[in-house]
Design a protein. Structure first.
Lengths: 98, 504
């Protein structure tokens, strides 16, 4: 099983959209290495014949009637937004200007 | 009316119904208590004075008018700040949601409002419920009413401490790996994780969706049963909600009989790693149950030894996905770096500033476990372990009606003691995690004080899925036998809390 190093953590932090300082990356890499080391044997416990459990109490086909339910109004949905305009969430530029 | 706050929720409800006391008096007594001691405890992140008194006044008027009322109408309650409430902030213990107000009520909150239970406020927790000590709250730790230098457990340390310090008769918690039961154990209170799907999770801010469960926190087993019946039942808003009726839990708690029941001691959840004083009290509880006519048997759950590592793959994986929505777009904090940043840079800066260390650790760990090339080895393998744990439970429940273990391996540790050692912190949940992995219900009740430190020990009961009633039946009998041996409730032995005004 693979180890986890500082470069991995830097890559994962980028994927997870969390900016990290050099000091944070160093510390996090050390802490995660210990945690990963303690959980890596999990793959050796169960064989191929053991099915995976995704939910503790299996349910299937949970449907409801196709009618409008008690949804939030436009104003309510925008109430906690950091910025909004014209009834929509407003965000900074998606693409770089260049 | 200082004695009002020491009543159980059941006793208070009876006094309210008999008009011996008004709901406003009871609510005010609790608000006064919060004002007097919460500066020392820090159980509350928000106190909901105005609305709580308004609801209490409505109850008093309805009672005076002879209107039909729910049995718990006018009994106040505190709500863990992971559960959304209209008209009050919900922070999840995180800076990323500081000042945020939900535009809707959680289903359990709607049910509290329908029963006219005044909501006293929102209780402290580890950020996004990630922790076992409440030290990971962005708003400072909660302190254990038994010893202010010690942790109240976590993540629901606020709810447990509030109930233990007589700042509320009841509270709501959430339990993903023990966050209701372990705080109950270390504060000398009762906490219940219902069967997965037995109580709606709609409006509980999600950490790990396949493990999370809302449940009751109280000072007595019967009080938890009363609250469980209020909040339980099917909710179409939660697609994992079970359609079964909630069951006769209060009746089970009042039965007072365990004769002939088979109670299984889990071989793997004792011995090495468990504090001597915890085990002494645990064995006393077994003796008491035996004396009441229960049959004590030993069961083996060999795969429980892998539960902790599987949990620390499944939980962060699901959490990393659930927490992706805190990106500074639809709610909460937005941090805009200098220049003309793109949304991607805003997200990176927002999440860096808004999340604490433990949340970041779990997001990175979850992102790692779910990434290409590792998914099968980690998340997939952990899900297989989950199947093995379920099989262990199934086999154990063929030999026993209820299982029993210590709730936590130790009593409350000192604040700061395990903060720099995440792995040591995770070990607190070793006995509580299997129930979440299998979806079965669990209850923790006070089992006495450990000889070496005089701090509360928790006894955990586990039942098969959908058999929550058995927990209340056995729990209430054990509680009454223990209280008989102590000459009163365990919390009567707790030291007085120095008065430091809350000022929230």
């Amino acid at each position: 099983m693979a180890e986890i190093n500082r470069d991995d953590v830097a890559h994962l932090a980028k994927l997870a959209h969390i900016d990290m300082t050099d000091e944070e990356l160093d510390r996090m890499a050390g802490e995660l290495a210990v945690i990963v080391d303690s959980i890596k044997t999990v793959s050796e416990v169960a064989g191929d014949d053991v099915p995976a459990t995704s939910h503790p109490i299996p349910l299937s086909n949970v449907f409801r009637e196709d009618v409008v339910g008690d949804t939030l109004s436009n104003e309510e949905a925008l109430l906690g937004a950091p910025d909004n305009a014209d009834g929509r969430f407003k965000v900074p530029a998606i693409l770089d200007g260049e | 009316m200082a004695d009002l706050i020491h009543l159980s929720a059941d006793a208070l409800a009876q006094k309210l119904a008999a008009k011996e006391v008004s709901a406003v008096e009871a609510t005010q007594a609790y608000l006064d208590r919060i004002d007097a001691v919460d500066g020392a405890i820090n159980a509350f992140l928000h106190v909901n004075t105005e609305e709580a008194l308004l609801v209490a006044a409505e109850v008093d008027k309805a009672r005076a008018d002879g209107d039909a009322l729910h049995p718990l109408a006018g009994v106040p309650i505190a709500v863990k700040d992971l559960i959304v409430t209209r008209g009050q902030p919900t922070t999840a213990g995180s800076k990323i949601l500081e000042g945020w107000q939900s535009p809707y009520d959680a289903t359990v909150v709607k049910k509290l409002r329908a029963a006219k239970m005044p909501i006293l406020g929102k209780t402290n927790l580890d950020e996004f419920a990630m922790g076992s000590s409440t030290e990971h709250s962005a708003y400072g730790p909660t302190r254990n009413p038994w010893d202010l230098d010690r942790i109240p457990g976590g993540s629901g340390g606020g709810s447990a401490a509030a109930v233990a310090a007589f700042e509320a008769p009841l509270a709501l918690g959430t339990d993903t790996g023990g966050s209701i039961r372990q705080p109950g154990a270390v504060t000398g209170t009762v906490g219940v994780k219902p069967t997965y799907g037995g109580v709606s999770r709609y409006g509980a801010i999600a950490m790990a969706s396949s493990l999370d469960q809302i449940g009751p926190v109280s000072r007595t087993v019967l009080d938890s049963a009363l609250l469980h019946e209020v909040i339980g039942g099917h909710d179409p808003h939660d697609s994992t909600s079970l359609t079964d009726p909630v069951g006769a839990l209060v009746e089970a708690a009042r039965l007072g009989q365990v004769e002939g029941m088979r109670i299984g001691v889990i071989k793997e959840l004792q011995g090495e790693g468990y504090q001597a004083g915890v085990l002494t009290r645990f064995h006393e509880s077994l003796d008491l149950l035996r004396s009441a006519g229960a049959e004590i048997v030993e069961v083996s759950c060999p795969n429980f030894r892998y539960a902790l590592e599987a949990y620390y793959l499944i939980m962060p994986s699901e959490a990393s996905s659930n927490l992706a929505k805190y990106d500074g777009v639809r709610f909460g904090l937005r941090v805009v770096p200098d220049g003309a940043p793109t949304i991607e840079r805003v997200m990176g800066a927002t999440r860096a500033a808004g999340f604490g260390d433990e949340v970041k650790r779990r997001i990175i760990l979850g992102t790692y476990a779910l990434s290409a090339g590792y998914y099968d080895a980690y998340y997939g393998s952990a899900q297989k372990v989950r199947t093995l744990i379920q099989r262990d439970f199934a086999a154990a429940f063929e030999q026993a009606d209820v299982l029993i273990s210590p709730t936590a391996p130790t009593t409350a540790f000192k604040l700061g003691e395990k903060l720099d050692d995440p792995l040591a912190m995770y070990l607190n949940d070793v006995a509580t995690i299997p129930a979440n992995m299998a979806g079965v219900p669990g209850l923790s009740l006070p089992g006495g004080l450990a000889d070496e430190d005089g701090l509360p020990v928790g006894i955990q009961l586990l039942a098969p899925a959908r058999q929550d009633a058995r927990l209340y039946r056995v729990g209430a009998v054990l509680e009454s036998l223990l209280e008989e041996s102590w000459g009163g409730p365990l919390l009567a032995k707790a030291p007085a809390i120095p008065g430091i005004a809350g000022g929230k």
